[in-house]
Design a protein around this ligand. Structure first.
Ligand code: DAS
Length: 326
């Protein structure tokens, strides 16, 4: 195989983190520059020509629309560049699912785009970043990686953007996919895809929005007073995602407050605070004027609703159809 040209966009996270001590628990994300990381990757001797670009160097809790815009711009430009074979984005693990899903919805699927992170900082014993990066390289070099949308590589799992979820706070096996667990298994020396690409040559599903509309997440808990809804909604709010109990349930006074907002034209999407399980449409959603998130957890349901609103999709049937498609 000739060495493919891969653009590496770096945003920070634990993969670029440092503790200054191999066994310290606390550390700071976003300490290693991209060239330092690539030097360590190149020493592995994997056939690939890597060009690094530092987009940010942050903990991904500080991920922002401005960084998303830069990632989208740089990735789009690379995809249009005939010499570029694929893009790897290094990212903190806390919000990688939001970035991956946003890019998945707003980029074409003609070239592989892979996000990768780590759970241990670069100077820790058993740093997982180098192996994860080698795995990401194995994926991005594969001709079969295109046509699957944006992918996330964590450990030896390759998870599609629609499915990826951070499920654990610690440990190198922190990620799960739902409803599809992984679309491939990867090691630095082997890659096994489960099935053929399903989005071959698909154009971007939505135009990228530089400024996403205000769509907060309402986290429901037992005993929640209804006025929490009013406390969350401002004049700028354009839609709400409910992180509901079980299959997207909520106390009745909260439901009534949301029904009143839905009647005024604010889209309300019911999701679940649980890690796994669909939130399916029920007959009362019709009466309430609600939409259901189906397989998407609250962070991804929020990204989709914000993009739909930014694209001018206001009709509830059309909004529901987009959740049903994921
Ligand atoms: N500090 C977190 C972040 O940047 C954790 C991590 O990367 O694993 O998202």
């Amino acid at each position: 195989m000739t060495a493919p040209n891969i653009l590496v966009l770096a945003t920070g996270g634990t993969i670029a983190g440092a503790a200054g001590d191999a066994i310290r628990h606390d550390y700071r994300p976003g300490q290693l520059g991209i060239e330092e990381l690539l030097e360590r990757v190149r020493a592995l001797g994997i056939a690939a020509s890597l060009t690094g670009k530092q987009i940010a160097n942050i903990g991904s809790e500080d991920m922002s629309p401005a960084i998303w815009a830069a990632l989208h711009r740089e990735t789009s430009a690379a995809m249009a560049e005939p010499e570029c074979d694929g893009v790897i984005i290094t990212h903190g693990t806390d919000t990688v699912e939001e970035t991956a899903f946003l890019l998945d919805l707003t980029l074409p699927t003609t070239k592989p785009v892979v996000l990768v992170g780590a759970m241990r900082p670069a100077d820790a014993v058993g740093y997982d970043g180098l192996r994860n990066f080698a795995n990401a390289l194995q994926v991005v070099r594969s001709p079969e990686a295109a046509g699957r949308g944006v992918l996330v590589v964590m450990g030896d799992k390759v998870i599609a953007a629609r499915d990826v979820r951070k499920a654990r706070t610690r440990g190198i096996d922190a990620f799960e996919g739902f409803p599809r667990a992984s679309v491939a298994l990867v090691t630095p020396s082997a890659l096994e895809w489960f099935g053929a690409p399903w989005r071959v040559d698909e154009p971007a599903r939505f135009a990228f929005a530089e400024a996403l509309p205000d769509v907060p997440i309402l986290t429901v808990f037992a005993g929640m007073p209804a006025d929490y809804v009013a406390r969350l909604v401002t004049p700028a709010t354009r839609g709400i995602v409910v992180e509901g109990l079980g299959e997207g349930n909520m106390p009745d006074p909260v439901r009534q407050a949301l029904v009143a907002l839905a009647a005024k034209g604010l889209p309300v999407v019911r999701a679940s605070r649980l890690e796994e399980g669909l939130v399916d449409r029920e007959p009362e959603d019709e009466a309430n004027g609600f939409v259901t998130a189906r397989a998407l957890g609250p962070p991804k349901a929020r990204i989709l609703l914000a993009l739909l609103i930014a694209s001018g999709v206001a009709d509830l049937v059309a909004i529901q159809r987009e959740y049903d498609r994921r």
